[in-house]
Design a protein around this ligand. Structure first.
Ligand code: APR
Length: 248
C-alpha cells in the first residue's frame, strides 16, 4: 500500500492537469449508503421501480415516499469526509482542476472544490415538472407528498433518473476534461453505469494515467486503470496528500 501511495503522489506531482471522477463510495464515510454491494440502496429497492423516470411519472407520491424522503433525511445531515476534503486540498495545491461526480449530495462543493460537474444532477434542488421553477430541497415542505410548486405542478429532484439523459453541458465538459487531463483519480465508483464509466476510458485513450481508489476491484481494474489503491477514500486521500506535501 505504501508503494502505491508514493506512486500516486509522484504521479500527481509530475502532472499538470489532474481531474477526478467520483461515485457513491466517496460519500459512504459521510453516512450516505452506496447503490450497489453490501448495504446498497438497490439491495433494498428495485431501481427500475423507484429510480426510473417512468416510475416517477406513473406514481410520483410513491417515489417521493420511498426514495426522495429517505434521501432527504440522509443528505440534509451529511457533511464532507476526508475523501472529499483530500480532493479539495489537491485543488488548493493547484493540482486538481475539476471533479466529475456521479453523486447528487453536493459534498464536493461543501468540502471546497470550486469546479464540480454534477454528471447525474443534484439533490440540492427540486424542480417543477410544469414550469421548471426550482426550490432548494432544504426549504421544501414534505408534509404534503408529492410537494407542489406555486403553479400547482409536482416537484421532482433536479437529479437524473434512470431513463433520462445526462445534462448535455455536463457530458460535453466531462468528455473534454477527460481527454485533456494527465491524471484521472477514479474514487469510489463501481464503474458499471454509462456514460460516466466511459470517462476513465477517454482519459486513458488520451494518454492520461488512471488511478483507482476503491476497497474493491472494478471492471476498470487492470483493464483501463494503471493501478488500484485498495482502500477507503478518506484514509487513502489523507495519505496521498501527506506524501504529496512532503515531495512538493
Ligand atoms: N471509499 C471508496 N470507495 C468505496 C468505499 C470507500 N470507503 N466503500 C465502498 N466503495 C466502493 C465500492 O467498492 C463500489 O465500487 O464504492 C463503489 C460504489 O459503487 P456504487 O454503489 O455502484 O456507486 P456508483 O458507482 O456511484 O453508482 C453509479 O449508479 O445507481 C446509479 O445514479 C446512481 O450515480 C449512481 C450510479
Amino acid at each position: 500500500m505504501d508503494d502505491l501511495i508514493k506512486q500516486a503522489a509522484d504521479d500527481l506531482a509530475a502532472a499538470g492537469k489532474v481531474t477526478a471522477l467520483t461515485g457513491a463510495g466517496i460519500s459512504i464515510e459521510s453516512g450516505i449508503p452506496p447503490f450497489r454491494g453490501k448495504g446498497g440502496l438497490w439491495e433494498r429497492f428495485d431501481p427500475m421501480e423507484i429510480a426510473h423516470i417512468d416510475a416517477f411519472m406513473r406514481d410520483p407520491a410513491r417515489v417521493w415516499n420511498i426514495l426522495v424522503k429517505e434521501m432527504k433525511k440522509i443528505v440534509d445531515i451529511a457533511v464532507p469526509n476526508d475523501g472529499h476534503k483530500g480532493l479539495a486540498k489537491l485543488e488548493e495545491m493547484g493540482k486538481l482542476k475539476t471533479v466529475i461526480t456521479q453523486n447528487i449530495d453536493g459534498l464536493h462543493q461543501a468540502a471546497g472544490n470550486t469546479d464540480v460537474i454534477e454528471f447525474h444532477g443534484t439533490f440540492a434542488w427540486q424542480r417543477c415538472m410544469d414550469c421548471s421553477r426550482k426550490y432548494e430541497t432544504r426549504q421544501v415542505d414534505i408534509s404534503v407528498i408529492p410537494p407542489r410548486c406555486s403553479c400547482g405542478g409536482i416537484l421532482r429532484p433536479d437529479a437524473v433518473f434512470f431513463g433520462e439523459m445526462i445534462p448535455p453541458d455536463a457530458l460535453r465538459r466531462s468528455r473534454q476534461i477527460a481527454s485533456d487531463c494527465d491524471v484521472m483519480l477514479v474514487v469510489g465508483t463501481s464503474a458499471v453505469v454509462q456514460p460516466a464509466a466511459l470517462m476513465p476510458v477517454i482519459a486513458k485513450e488520451s494518454g492520461a494515467k488512471v488511478v483507482e481508489i476503491n476497497p474493491e476491484r472494478t471492471p476498470l481494474t487492470d483493464e483501463i486503470s494503471d493501478y488500484l489503491i485498495p482502500g477507503g477514500a478518506g484514509d487513502v486521500m489523507n495519505r496521498i496528500v501527506a506524501e504529496l506535501e512532503q515531495i512538493s
